[in-house]
Design a protein around this ligand. Structure first.
Ligand SMILES: *[C@@H]1O[C@H](CO)[C@@H](O)[C@H](O)[C@H]1NC(C)=O
Ligand SMILES: *[C@@H]1O[C@H](CO)[C@@H](O)[C@H](O)[C@H]1NC(C)=O
Length: 267
């Protein structure tokens, strides 16, 4: 919706500029194409707000960082697991990552390169969680649930085991920050490690930190790959987004408040 709004505006500005510029038509074609491919990241999000509500002009959301603090527009870094409790969104896949990884199918493929598969979904009996990423979409149901393959490195994930659903282990839920108010394209993940299913998917003690650290370790240890696609991942640890401790945290499990921001580059 936002893109539909911005693109004609950009084309209008562009065509006015092109008309007043001395460039030949083939040169302006070239510029047109380049601007078109990047206008989504360059467009100031406030454009739309300025035109509809002058009082919120100050709330310019900058998406060029690759992710936006959900709290700015009323979101939070805890998901909504139950009415009053949530699980930490402790990993962000930056919107500056490989565009394929930012798509749903590409992200599933990247997750496989880390030893997680979304195809184990059928074996899972957990609730659907919601999250508010402060992008104008309010609360959204989880868009992806992926679970660890039981056999990971060395040798890479073994296809088709999905044993984790019964044995317990690492898993994550993911939401995409793509609402029109903060369309960074980033994925926000709630990663944790849980007990086996006989224990009703209880998170193990320290299971939020452990789950996050497992995923990050898989991602950054070396280039990862699935089929013939290879990625290199860099991590930046961000403090201050999530309150450390267990206030409002599902199962009252302490977590350290660190969020891992991953930037994934295709090799
Ligand atoms: C503009 O937005 C603010 C904050 O959401 C709201 O309080 C105010 O009533 C709005 N003003 C108009 C003119 O829509
Ligand atoms: C936002 O991302 C989700 C998850 O990939 C997708 O289902 C949804 O259609 C996207 N929304 C827009 C407006 O692109």
């Amino acid at each position: 919706m936002f893109t539909a709004f911005v693109t004609p505006l950009f084309l209008l500005i562009l065509s006015n500029w092109v008309r007043s510029s001395p460039l030949s038509s083939s040169e302006s074609q070239h510029i047109n194409w380049k601007l078109g491919s990047t206008s989504r990241m360059q467009a100031p999000i406030s454009l739309k707000m300025v035109s509809t509500n002058m009082t919120v002009v100050d709330t310019e959301i900058d998406v060029t960082n690759g992710w936006v603090d959900p709290r700015i527009l009323g979101g939070q870094l805890l998901d909504f697991t139950t009415r009053h409790k949530g699980e930490p969104l402790n990993v962000i896949i930056s919107g500056r990552s490989d565009p394929y990884v930012l798509s749903e199918s590409g992200f599933s493929t990247y997750a496989k390169s880390l030893g997680f598969s979304s195809e184990c979904f059928g074996l899972h009996y957990g609730n659907i969680h919601q999250a508010n990423l402060g992008d104008g979409n309010e609360r959204q149901d989880e868009q992806l649930l992926a679970r660890q393959y039981y056999f990971t490195r060395p040798g890479g994930p073994v296809l088709g085991t999905c044993w984790e659903s019964l044995a317990g282990g690492n898993h994550f839920r993911a939401w995409k920050q793509n609402g029109t108010m903060a369309d960074s394209g980033a994925w926000f993940l709630g990663v944790s490690k849980e007990e086996h299913s006989g224990k009703h998917h209880m998170i193990i003690p320290d299971g939020y930190n452990i789950g996050r650290d497992f995923l990050v370790a898989q991602a950054v240890s070396s280039p990862t790959h699935w089929n013939s696609i290879w990625w290199q991942t860099e991590v930046e640890w961000v403090e201050g987004l999530l309150e450390p401790g267990n206030d409002g945290v599902n199962h009252e499990i302490e977590q350290d408040g660190f969020v891992a921001v991953l930037t994934v580059t295709r090799l």
